[in-house]
Design a protein around this ligand. Sequence first.
Ligand code: UT7
Length: 324
Amino acid sequence: MTIRSVIQGVGSYLPAKNVTNAELAKKVDTSDEWIVDRSGIRERHVAAEGEKTSDLAIAAVTKALAAAGRDGKDIDLFIVATTTPDHTFPATAARVQAALGRPGVPSFDVQAVCSGFVYGLAVADNFIKAGQVKSAVVVGAEAMTRLLDWNDRTTCVLFGDGAGAVVLGAETGTGVTTDRGILSTHLHSDGNYYDMLYCDGGPSTTQTSGYIRMKGKEVFRHAVVNLAEAVQEALTANKISIDAVDWLVPHQANKRILDGTAHKLGLDPAKVIVTVDRHANTSAASIPLALAAGVADGRIKPGNLVLMEAMGGGFTWGSVLVRM
Ligand code: UT7
């Protein structure tokens, strides 16, 4: 008998305001053509004034709970993956728990930037497998536009706001890859690349929240290599080939990275869920936003094998293989 963390419901939320590339080009020296050609991004959503990361998270979790047919008061653990917390402390997860959960259950944030959702799922899965909790909510929620330097066209066109969430429940499996639920998680980091993608502020440095700084070309190069390796690692650990994967749900940073990774893996591009065109890079929120889109439009079905992978600042990277 094996305990499996089964995804019982998925939900997402994008702020109402969306900004097209053409609108951005009115205030930044850029063009729709450049942004689409270099990144695949067509539009991004921007949180309204006063709309906080916790508001985005609560909206996504509410939908995920409804999809799972569960009450937040029955959930044993709340994890929020975010780079843009409401405040430096407490954790944004505390607000999600206060709004939807029951007092007393653990709640905390995970900070692994764009890999945050993968990290959050791995942590929740281990809590469930250890028998410490029977259910968990994992949400990736970001207000990345609050970290943008609008004078830096190399970063400000690339990011957006949003949230996506899953409800996990402990179910009994047989220990083979036909089980429903999370089949494997693999996490990595290499802090030697800290300066490649970082925020130039923080409580212990500038006492400000700072702006995103990125060496785009270097990040791009590492992303394709690390993501292909992460996928291969998951396949090897589960003794399956890439053909067994029904859907790749990657972190949505750049359409060219998604294409490059699929090509390197010999994966049919039609099996890759792509939503970066609609919401740009939403960091920890991007995988659950793409997952929710695939579930909502009927492409991702119960029983499908889904491979999620991400890479972000740190560097951090990793994968989660799950049967829906
Ligand atoms: O989520 C975490 C992981 N993040 C990523 O995976 C992002 C990885 N990197 C990338 O996605 C790409 O490197 C970018 C989309 C950021 C940039 O694409 P690129 O093909 O690497 O372009 P580049 O940085 O080499 O810039 C090419 C040219 C430069 O002009 P020159 O020096 O060739 O004359 C830039 O100044 O494009 C120029 N440029 C722009 N032009 C119009 C840079 N940003 C812009 C812009 N609009 N917004």
